[in-house]
Design a protein around this ligand. Structure first.
Ligand code: ACM
Ligand code: ZN
Length: 519
């Protein structure tokens, strides 16, 4: 489907800025453009040029001198981007806003090439936390691909990257103190037809640091996740003594929810995670560390002497409260490292005896209920409800059997666009919301290219939903040509089906859900 690209700046940008006024004339960015940069923003200016030149090399010769100013100006909310034929100026008080302004300029340049229409833009975000999650456990994703996704996300003013680093099918976080985990938990057996191939990978510390540094240049904060106490089969394979039965355990080649989980009665498990999270905190400078907490069956605890002892020692009511006990211990480890623990919404359950430490941020994924409950209990929270268009492992259109993506769910572009983190039931506590996030689980995502087509254009819709105060689906649809032009310019794959105005919804998710893993 072809959508015309508007000749006016007011008709092409996404997320839609707070205000765009079109002006007459055009501005050409070329080697003749003189840049005047406030030294405070030297790094933002350099990043802007680096990102731009990757996709739009200088080629306009003899365009004539003009000027690009990057200025500090007090009293501006967000950034102001002013473009006349002779002079473009990005102004803001701080580096974050300056960079957002520069990314808007990059958007215009990727849309039109070197010559962009004149305009004046005032802009700032509606929502503080605008995130996306990538699961690199079900399928390994290379650093090169992750940097490419971060760059495309940055153009959308997304500012948090939740990196799901461990799960049943693979452990991707390198440990300095435990090479056995690095070697044995990071690979799983290949399927028959793959002959000798094994599936997996582990990042090196240098690679993680490279991504941290790249994200920091983009003003994107990384939220690393290490799963506890469920989704831990890969770890149990290297450390069978961390499970209730002692194993042996295999790294699974299928998806699903496994009843073998971390033994909560074993003190060694906690000592291990104290060291793991210390290394996580060393590498990732951001304020949040995610401790998982989702989909943990409690059946193995019923017959485990150590777990039963833990229940008695702590006056817990039953095995379900063991998970809550574990949440409190892990949250304490993270808090002592000076970071804020984040957990999937199961951390709100079975907390009668232990409570949930007030600093824990709740990530609501089983619908909105977790967010509503977290708000009521005074917790900060992030909304990522699987049934509201932000689970990108789902099909774009569940009625279409040729679609990639999980068959039981649908997250249409429209649903991503309509997503709103704050619900009426939250009442006055709605302001405890940090923001929203789209998640890509990778059971059915073999390669980075597959990830791109599942993320885009839904992530563009989500970004606008979280950024822009005024939403308008028909206006968003009319900008499709420009959105796709910018994705193509960055060599990012995107889904090319119809952006329907209706949406079929998705099934609620939870413990009953099963997934397929395609290697
Ligand atoms: C989840 O989707 N299991 C958080
Ligand atoms: Zn146990």
């Amino acid at each position: 489907m072809f959508t015309r690209i508007s000749e006016k700046a007011s008709g092409v940008l996404a997320p839609r800025p707070v205000s765009v006024k079109d002006r007459k004339g055009t501005f050409t960015f070329s080697q003749d453009t003189l840049m005047y940069v406030n030294p405070l923003f030297a790094e933002e200016a350099e990043t802007f040029i680096d990102l731009l030149l990757e996709d739009l090399p200088y080629e306009e010769k003899g365009a004539g001198e003009n000027e690009l100013y990057i200025n500090k100006r007090k009293g501006i909310k967000g950034y102001r981007l002013s473009i006349t034929p002779e002079k473009a100026e990005v102004a803001a008080e701080d580096g974050v806003s300056i960079f957002q302004g520069l990314e808007t300029l990059r958007s215009l340049l990727l849309t039109y090439g070197h010559t962009v229409p004149c305009c004046v833009i005032s802009d700032y975000p509606k929502t503080e936390y605008r995130g996306f999650m990538l699961d690199v456990a079900r399928h390994f994703v290379t650093i090169r691909e992750i940097k490419k996704l971060l760059k495309a996300a940055s153009l959308l003013h997304l500012n948090y990257f939740h990196w799901h680093l461990t799960d049943d099918q693979g452990w991707r976080f390198p440990l300095s103190f435990d090479p056995k985990v690095n070697e044995e938990s990071s690979v799983r057996p290949a399927k028959d037809y793959q002959e000798e191939r094994t599936e997996g990978g582990i990042y090196t510390r240098a690679e993680l640091e490279e991504v941290v540094s790249y994200a920091s240049r983009l003003h994107i904060t990384i939220v690393p996740e290490i799963e506890t106490p469920g989704h831990a089969m890969a770890l149990l394979h290297a450390h069978p003594e961390f499970g209730c039965t002692g194993g042996p355990y295999e790294v699974p080649t299928t998806g699903g929810i496994f009843s073998d989980v971390l033994c909560v009665g074993n003190d060694e498990v906690l000592s291990f995670f104290r060291k793991v999270f210390a290394e996580v905190a060393e590498i990732f400078p951001g304020p949040y560390i995610h401790m998982g907490g989702d989909e943990c069956p409690h059946t193995a605890y019923e017959t485990c002497p150590k777990c039963q002892q833990r229940i008695r020692d702590n006056g817990l009511k039953d095995v379900r409260e063991l998970q809550s006990w574990m949440t409190v211990q892990i949250a304490k480890i993270i808090t002592e490292l000076g970071r804020i623990p984040v957990g999937w919404d199961e951390v709100l359950e079975n907390t009668d005896t232990m409570g949930l430490p007030p600093e824990v941020v709740v990530m609501s994924w089983r619908g909105s209920q977790g967010g509503i409950e977290a708000a009521k209990r005074g917790h900060r929270f992030i909304m990522s409800p699987s049934v509201e268009g932000v689970y990108y492992d789902y099909r774009y259109d569940r009625e279409d059997p040729d679609e990639h993506g999980q068959y039981w769910g649908e997250a249409s572009v429209r649903a991503s666009y309509d997503f709103e983190p704050v619900k009426p039931e939250m009442g006055e506590h709605g302001d405890l919301v940090l923001g929203g996030q789209g998640n890509l689980w990778t059971e059915r995502v073999d390669f980075g290219r597959d990830a791109e087509a599942l993320l885009f254009p839904r992530l563009v819709a989500l970004a606008e939903s979280l950024w822009s105060g005024e939403k308008d689906w028909e206006s968003f649809r009319a900008r499709r040509g420009a959105i796709e032009k910018r994705l193509s310019s960055q060599d990012v794959m995107f889904w090319s089906g119809e952006w329907k105005s209706i949406t079929h919804g998705a099934e609620p998710r939870g413990l009953a859900d099963s997934r397929t893993l395609i290697d």
